[in-house]
Design a protein around this ligand. Structure first.
Ligand code: HEC
Length: 138
């Protein structure tokens, strides 16, 4: 009996020690601003988005946009939700933002710079922006 509780004690303290030494063993690495919405968008290559905006979302995942933008969190650039909250999803805004993305932009949101995208066609660019503007939260 004494021996059994001694062994039990060792097992218990080993478990305690193990969990103390590995407080983050189950924590996933999370890059700053790596919102779950963005992960979902990337994992599904945009296919989880409402049909109307799906093609734009897919184009966003296959271009460089997500290196600087997240869906819900500020990264190098503003989040898609912030952009959508600032600009209503109407053609006049899509046209204006298409020029921003094609020519590059700074000072509209802060001091960071969006690089120009001269090879982006107006068709693809407009679809991407209409998707971005569909992320309005208020
Ligand atoms: C190198 C980083 C970077 C990349 C790549 C990038 N952006 Fe941006 N984006 C930014 C920054 C920074 C801003 C804020 C610019 C400013 O303050 O004027 C911004 C702003 C925007 C805006 C708002 C512009 C405005 O006038 O308010 C839109 C829309 C946008 N990005 C879409 C895109 C799309 C679509 C792509 C992919 C084709 C993309 N961005 C790729 C950094 C980036």
């Amino acid at each position: 009996m004494k021996k059994a509780s001694f062994i039990l004690g060792i097992v218990a303290s080993t478990i305690v020690l193990f969990s103390c030494n590995n407080p983050n063993s189950n924590a996933r690495p999370s890059a700053k601003g790596d919102s779950s919405q963005t992960k979902e968008l990337i994992d599904n290559a945009g296919q989880n988005v409402a049909e109307e905006f799906r093609e734009g979302a897919t184009l966003v995942t296959s271009n460089d946009c997500l290196t600087c933008h997240r869906v819900a969190d500020t990264s190098v650039g503003p989040s898609f939700q912030s952009i959508a909250n600032r600009y209503e999803n109407i053609p006049a805004n899509a046209n204006k933002l298409l020029v921003s993305v094609q020519k590059g932009s700074t000072a509209a949101w802060g001091n960071n710079v969006m690089t120009p995208h001269p090879n982006l066609t107006p068709q693809d660019g407009t679809k991407m922006i209409r998707y971005i503007l569909s992320n309005r939260t208020k």
